[in-house]
Design a protein around this ligand. Structure first.
Ligand code: C2E
Ligand code: CA
Ligand code: CA
Ligand code: CA
Length: 274
């Protein structure tokens, strides 16, 4: 419903009002998460496709809402990026993850942890120094860290991005391209940047078997990864049939609800102690 407020071009709708109210709520939520303990990291297992063993976990951000429900990053990350609060929020997430990783390492469970980094966060000049300092402070070997970035990072300012990526890579950090194939970017960055992993987007994986042309897409990405000596990770794996197809195609690692949803850190330890 749209009410014409004035003769001019001023429109007002309940939907606009609602989205404004929601935005204000999410903004307050993000602000609070920077200072209280409502920021939560869940972890989703990534397994070796050949034997199902735990290879890594992906850290996924949540905010604990007032009603005790965990709020999905899809609801607040766009606003966090728009307001640049993703920078302090991302820093806090890194600290949470490193503290957890330190516990796991001390307990003899040492999975690699993948951390999502928004392009805005990666591009900020404070990012690399912050990460380097945090690794020192938490006494975590950079080999345990994998950074997931999206192709949106590759569309501008490549010189700086390349410099920072090389620096991180030289420290031993793994770099992966998240949602690979959805970014409409030119693939030439793959030969210039120190990329180690391609994560095949779940929109491709979810179509497997029902649609043979999706098999071709996934197969092509896996083959590309193989020929560039990269690891391929299929995300959003939900069914045994998808597991079968992905194994046949030769994907290196699998991640999805079929194996486990994102869970609290304690559950990772229970399930996967080696
Ligand atoms: P993403 O990085 O592509 O993460 C994968 C998303 O797919 C996660 O949603 C995960 O819970 C979900 N997922 C995993 N397995 C399955 C499955 O089998 N089926 C389906 N349908 N979904 C599955 P989540 O946790 O809601 O995160 C959404 C997005 O928010 C992430 O997408 C990522 O882009 C962003 N995000 C999450 N945590 C962070 C963070 O710490 N920093 C930044 N910058 N972004 C984050
Ligand atoms: Ca990711
Ligand atoms: Ca993804
Ligand atoms: Ca995504």
């Amino acid at each position: 419903r749209i009410d014409i407020v004035s003769q001019g071009c001023c429109f007002y709708s309940e939907e606009m009002e609602q989205s404004y109210v929601l935005k204000k709520q999410y903004f307050a939520l993000i602000k609070n998460a920077l200072t209280d303990d409502s920021l939560v990291a869940l972890y989703q297992p990534i397994v070796d496709a050949s034997n199902g063993k735990l290879k890594a976990v992906e850290a996924l951000m949540r905010i604990n809402g007032e009603d005790g429900k965990l709020i999905s990053p899809n609801d607040f990350i766009p606003l966090a990026e728009e307001s640049r609060l993703i920078i302090p929020l991302g820093e806090k997430m890194i600290e949470l993850v490193l503290a957890q990783l330190k516990h796991w390492i001390d307990d003899g469970l040492a999975p690699r942890v993948c951390i999502n980094i928004s392009a805005i966060q990666f591009r900020d000049p404070s990012f690399v120094p912050f990460l380097v300092e945090a690794l020192k402070q938490y006494k975590v070997n950079p080999h345990y860290i994998e950074l997931e970035v999206t192709e949106s990072l590759m569309i501008q300012d490549m010189d700086n991005v390349m410099m920072d990526m090389k620096k991180l890579h030289e420290l031993g950090i793994t770099i992966s391209i998240d949602d690979f194939g959805t970014g409409f970017s030119c693939l030439s960055y793959l030969k210039d940047l120190p990329v180690d992993v391609l994560k095949i987007d779940k929109s491709f994986v979810s179509q497997l078997s029902s649609d043979i042309s999706q098999d071709v897409l996934v197969k092509t990405i896996v083959t590309l990864a193989q020929s560039l000596n990269l690891t391929s990770v299929a995300e959003g794996v939900e069914t045994a049939e998808q597991v079968d197809i992905l194994r046949q195609i030769g994907a290196s690692c699998l991640q999805g609800f079929y194996f486990s949803p994102p869970v609290l850190a304690v559950e990772i330890k229970d399930k996967y102690t080696i």
